[in-house]
Structure formats: C-alpha cells, structure tokens
Design a binder for this molecule. Structure first.
Ligand code: FEO
Length: 169
C-alpha cells in the first residue's frame, strides 16, 4: 500500500477515537441537564465511533500495516444550550466525511481498489450520520422550545439501542 494511504488510515483511527470522546462529552453534557434520552443517544454514538476506530485497526492489521496509537485530543467544545451539541455533532460529521473522502481520494490515485472497497462502508455511513445529525438539529428547532416537545424528543432518544456494525461482528 502506498505510504500516504497507510498514514491516513492510521490517522483515521485517532480521529474515530476522538469522535467517541466528543460524543461522550456530549453525553455527559446532556446527563448534567437531566436529558437522559439525549445522553443515551450520544453514549451509543460514542460506542459506534469506537467501533469505527476498531474497523480501521482491523483493516490495517489484515494488511500487515503497523498501527500507531497516538494521544487522543481532549474534547474542547463548550456547550451553553441544548442545541449547541447537536450543531457541533453535525459539523463534526461533515468534517469526518471530508477525512474519509481524503483517504478515498488517495486510495483512488494509487489504484488501491481494496482500500476503496473497505472505505465504501464509511462513505455510506457518513451519509447516514450527516442525515441523522441534521435531523436532530431540525427536530430540536421544530419542537425543542416547547417543554412537552423536548420531553417527547428525549423519550424517543432514550429508545436508541446499540448494535455492532456488520464489519465488526
Ligand atoms: Fe465515525 Fe461519526 O463517523
């Protein structure tokens, strides 16, 4: 595999673990606000991000690439409203999409079809994650300013359950 693609895959391990950290931070924020459903939603999101990191590690291991685990940045976003973390999450997912696209571009340039195929799962996943994050923002804007509306949204997010992505099973 070309060196730059391998380096970007390794970098993505760290980025996915950072995503897990960010979502744990968001889960903690909502827990402090007693919005347990939102807190649950982001706890599960953090588990999914950890799974993404493991998927990159497994792919690198399967291709005999050395994996270097770097320090994970501290989450540094400050939230002062129920809406803030939702907007931050949507922005973050767009950033992750750009990172996946960058790896894909490099793999494409190097005619690394195996890595492109591996990344296809993430290309689809990012479409879903951006859509879900945007929906959470718009639903909060529609219903969240009414206490009953916020209560119902929180109840709904309390129902989210974790399931491992097919590639990690
Ligand atoms: Fe691993 Fe939310 O993308």
């Amino acid at each position: 595999m070309n060196e730059k693609t391998a380096a970007l895959l390794n970098q993505q391990v760290n980025k996915e673990f950072y995503s897990a950290y960010l979502y744990l931070d968001i889960s903690n924020y909502y827990n402090d606000q007693d919005l347990d459903g939102y807190s649950n939603y982001y706890m599960i999101q953090a588990q999914e991000e950890r799974d993404h990191a493991l998927m990159f590690i497994k792919y690198m291991q399967s291709n005999n690439l050395k994996v270097t685990l770097d320090a994970i940045d501290k989450p540094d976003k400050h939230f002062s409203s129920v809406l803030d973390p939702l907007v931050a999450a949507a922005e973050h997912e767009r950033y992750v999409t750009a990172l996946i696209n960058e790896i894909y571009h490099e793999a494409h340039q190097a005619k690394d079809y195996r890595t492109m195929k591996f990344l296809d799962w993430f290309v689809n996943e990012q479409m879903e994650e951006e859509d879900s994050a945007d929906t959470m923002v718009s639903r909060y804007k529609l219903f969240g300013s009414d206490p009953k509306g916020l209560y119902l949204l929180d109840q709904e997010y309390a129902g989210r359950t974790y399931s491992a992505p097919s590639q990690t099973e």
